[in-house]
Design a protein around this ligand. Structure first.
Ligand code: MG
Length: 375
């Protein structure tokens, strides 16, 4: 099955409400829809994260496109890494493995979708079969003020989420108010995770771990800058009994190795847009598994296409966390028409539809493309 064309559609998918986190306020998800057209008539669909803007990702994808057209979609692993050699390594200093992975993930995901559709099997079966019937997610608390966040937290508990997750790192006073108001609203039994997204320096992190302890955080995610490396998290972990999750420090299987070797984290937060897709995500999970550490799915600014793909892969991995992240629900409308990606009691069933297991919503995609052009 040869690749006849790779269609690239830049999208801007607005959020329902402003998204508040330590790095600022964000209003929508910039993505590039990837459609791999094959000579078998099958079209594989994936997406890339288009941060910081669409232009550089589109430029890389345009540069890569001729290296894939005319080739077999069943060779995608080799094609991707051959393009890394040609497009990045051969240019010397510009090898940028993380940005390469961000750009190529959409092509990798679309290829799996095409392969699954051609052989009429869901991705989880192409990977050897699922270990679980559903994958569990946390309730992602949204809002600006502590009061708004606490009200949404209580609502998520009513929807059946057993794990809640909220952004901190917005200032010490507001962070303490956020954790306190949410704990008061949901009671002692709900598992509450806090993500500081690198906001604290080492000293402030120690101060905040003490201040947040009365609200019983299950873990605190990426409290200090990823630039401190595995050692920064390890130094903090040595002086606190609150578990630590590594997020921005980890992108690759090699990063996972460093984290477990340095005993930096109790859990690793990682998504396929960081690892360069399915195969390297599973490699990264395997490295963590060997060290007895679980992987928690990382969401970025993405649509249900990524949720669908990740849910398939997560079903095949033994050391998955039970409070993973999804982001499509933040969008005004999703690019996935079916299946319904809303977790029930915090869990999302694994789709048995072929490929990544979803059907695209062409009207929503057209509106998001129009929104991109308008902006
Ligand atoms: Mg995070």
């Amino acid at each position: 099955m040869k690749i006849r064309d790779i269609r690239l559609t830049p999208l801007h998918c607005p959020f329902k409400q402003p998204y508040h986190w330590s790095q600022g306020v964000t209003y929508g998800a910039p993505v590039v829809l990837i459609e791999i057209e094959t000579d078998a008539g099958v079209i594989g669909i994936g997406e890339c994260s288009a941060s910081p803007t669409h232009a550089p990702i589109l430029a890389i994808l345009e540069d890569a496109r001729p290296r894939f057209i005319g080739q077999s979609v069943f060779d995608v692993n080799r094609l991707i890494w051959a393009y890394y050699q040609y497009g990045f390594n051969a240019k010397g200093i510009g090898r940028a493995p993380r940005y390469f992975s961000q750009a190529m993930t959409g092509i990798e995901l679309a290829s799996w979708d095409a392969i699954g559709k051609q052989v009429k099997l869901p991705l989880h079966q192409l990977l050897g079969g699922k270990l679980r019937e559903s994958v569990e997610y946390f309730g992602f608390v949204q809002g600006d003020t502590p009061g708004e966040l606490a009200a949404h937290a209580a609502d998520l508990v009513r929807q059946g989420f057993k794990v809640l997750y909220v952004k901190v790192g917005r200032g010490n006073d507001i962070d303490i108010a956020i954790a306190g108001e949410i704990r008061k609203a949901v009671g002692a039994k709900v598992r509450l995770r806090l993500d500081a997204n690198e906001a604290w320096d080492m000293l402030n992190a120690r101060r905040m771990f003490e201040a947040l302890k009365p609200f019983d955080p299950e873990f605190i995610e990426q409290p200090v800058s990823a630039a401190t490396g595995p050692e920064g998290l390890a130094r903090l972990r040595a002086v606190t009994d609150i578990p630590i999750a590594a997020d921005q420090t980890v992108y690759s299987p090699e990063d996972v190795y460093d984290i477990v070797r340095c005993r930096s984290a109790d859990v690793i937060v990682l998504g396929m847009h960081e690892t360069c897709g399915v195969l390297r995500f599973r490699k990264a999970a395997a490295v963590a598994e060997a060290a007895g550490v679980n992987i928690c799915i990382h969401g970025i600014f993405e649509t249900g296409i990524t949720t669908s793909a990740t849910n398939q892969v997560a079903a095949t991995i033994g050391n998955m966390d039970d409070g993973n992240q999804i982001m499509w629900q933040l969008l005004k409308e999703d690019s996935v028409l079916r299946p319904n990606l809303t977790p029930k009691n915090g869990a999302l069933p694994v789709s048995d539809l072929p490929g990544l297991g979803f059907e695209l919503n062409p009207d929503a995609v057209a509106r998001a493309a129009e929104e991109y052009r308008r902006l």
